[in-house]
Design a protein around this ligand. Structure first.
Ligand code: C2O
Ligand code: CU
Length: 488
């Protein structure tokens, strides 16, 4: 079908005989012959024009590119990918936000053995939800994702809304050194205990941002994915005033933004952008998240002859996905406390604003005040979930739920830092923030928590297995901010 292609890569429909060859979750060594028509994602070293077409900077990618190929398929359509690992280290693929069977979730040691160099792993599942998702490794993700291993996974509605173009923007940032190469030090203690690895070079789809040029009255569906390890985007669209129609892949009541769109690591938003402006108009898209470091991310420009006489009328809501509605009256309530990090150790109230500023600016200001890295290595503990700083991917579950139970997680961020908290295998409704009901009761798989914020989420624990629950600032995750929720 039209959908069963890797958009943008010139490849490949799914080979029918693959299941018979490998069996679900099976592994065979790389090098065995592959038939044409198989969907393959091959990790390896490659290069990407991160700072312009003339620059080819060594990165890691899928099928030789960053981002990896955009996988597009239809809702309810069976999906198979053969992962071939040509890295010199183990890897896996996690299908972020997709409600997959546990064995397909790509968490090393927890749901599968990591895929050794030179080996393969076959992923197969049938996505229930349409929406904007993405894929990335879950093995040493702070370095593997940080070096470029990620790609978009677009699951199309049976009857998608009418748009003139459907675009995906994978936002990322990179830390380049004076030689213009990716600097080392992935997972450093300093990054881990503070804001995570914030980069100094922003890319959209692996390249410097280029203006988005549209014709008057053109309608674009713009799918934003934050693939950065740690950077939070606060996107100010100014007068362009797009309509938000989905968050984290899940439909939301269409609405215009009343504040910058906050997109923490791993989060997505689907926007409908109507270019109802005369040719020659130019709008700026600014990222205003970090105080004092606001910048123009890119521009939207209207050019040429109008696509239609008048703009289309406001978009209808996207069809809902088949998510079970949480039953709040009978929900099982759990308190979750996120703790630790740089200021946590010192008492967060006195110095919280310093930490916020550090996270917002990455200035190293606190490091100076606290006497540099001796302090870091001497006294640092990790990040915690309910008092435990996890190591590795296998832990005693913090919650063990009977399948079908509604879980209400009452979560408090007792740290001085922002954390995008992600649950595998489920989407949840965001019920309240600091005691105030949210306006849209939006479904998310990753919820951004401000310092000292309290957020309630709820979901039906209906997908059996052991599921990761962690901060998606990948350095925070590696330094212990993760846990497991079991659904029996
Ligand atoms: Cu996007 Cu546990 O991951
Ligand atoms: Cu975090």
């Amino acid at each position: 079908t039209r959908r069963a292609v890797l958009a943008g890569s010139g490849a490949l429909a799914i080979g029918g005989g693959l299941a018979a060859v490998l069996g679900a979750g099976g592994r065979t060594p790389v090098g065995a012959s592959t038939t044409a028509g198989r969907r393959v994602l091959k990790t390896g070293t490659t290069s990407a024009p991160l700072v312009g077409e003339a620059s080819q900077i060594p990165v890691w990618g899928y099928n030789g590119s960053v981002p990896g190929p955009a996988l597009r398929l239809g809702q309810g359509e069976a999906f198979e990918v053969l992962l071939e690992n040509a890295l010199e280290e183990k890897t896996t693929i996690h299908w972020h936000g997709v409600r997959v069977p546990n064995a397909m979730d790509g968490v090393p040691h927890l749901t599968q053995p990591p895929v050794e160099p030179g080996e393969r792993f076959r992923y197969a599942f049938t996505p229930e939800d349409a929406g904007t998702f993405w894929y990335h490794p879950h093995q040493r993700s702070f370095e593997q994702v940080g070096r470029g291993l990620y790609g978009p996974l677009i699951i199309e509605e049976a009857d998608p809304p009418q748009v003139d173009r459907d675009l995906v923007w994978m936002l990322d940032d990179w830390r380049l050194n004076d030689q213009g190469q990716i600097s080392g030090g992935f997972g450093s203690r300093h990054d881990a205990m503070m804001a995570g690895r914030i980069g100094n070079t922003i890319t959209i789809n692996g390249k410097p941002a280029a203006p988005l040029i549209a014709r008057p009255n053109e309608r674009i569906r713009l799918r934003l994915v934050n693939a950065a390890n740690a950077r939070i985007f606060g996107l100010d669209f100014g007068e362009l005033d797009p309509m938000v129609v989905a968050l984290d892949g899940q439909p939301v009541e269409p609405h215009r933004l009343s504040a910058p769109l906050l997109l923490g690591p791993a989060m997505r938003a689907d926007l409908i952008v109507d270019f109802d402006y005369p040719a020659g108009t130019r709008h700026s898209l600014r990222d205003v998240f970090y105080d004092g470091l606001e910048y123009e991310l890119t521009t939207f420009e209207c050019q040429g002859k109008e696509v239609r006489e008048r703009r289309l009328s406001d978009p209808a809501p996207l069809p809902p996905n088949p998510l079970a509605e949480p039953e709040l009256a009978t929900a099982e309530r759990h308190r979750i406390i996120f703790g630790g990090g740089m200021m946590g150790m010192m008492g967060r109230t006195a110095s919280g604003s310093d930490a916020r500023n550090e996270q917002r600016t990455g200035s190293g200001m606190m490091m100076g005040r606290m006497g540099g890295s001796g302090m870091m290595s001497g006294g640092m503990m990790g990040w915690t979930v309910n008092g435990v700083s996890a190591s590795g991917h296998v832990h005693d579950p913090i919650i063990s739920a009977v399948r079908g139970t509604t879980l209400l997680l009452d979560m408090t961020n007792e740290t001085a830092w922002w954390h995008p908290i992600h649950l595998h295998g489920h989407s949840f409704r965001v019920l309240s923030r600091n005691g105030q009901p949210t306006r849209y009761q939006e479904w998310q798989d990753t919820v951004l928590m401000a310092p000292e914020e309290r957020v309630e989420i709820a979901f039906v624990a209906d997908n059996p297995g052991d599921w990761m629950f962690h901060c998606h600032i990948l350095e925070h995750q590696a330094a212990g901010m993760m846990a497991t929720i079991r659904v029996n």
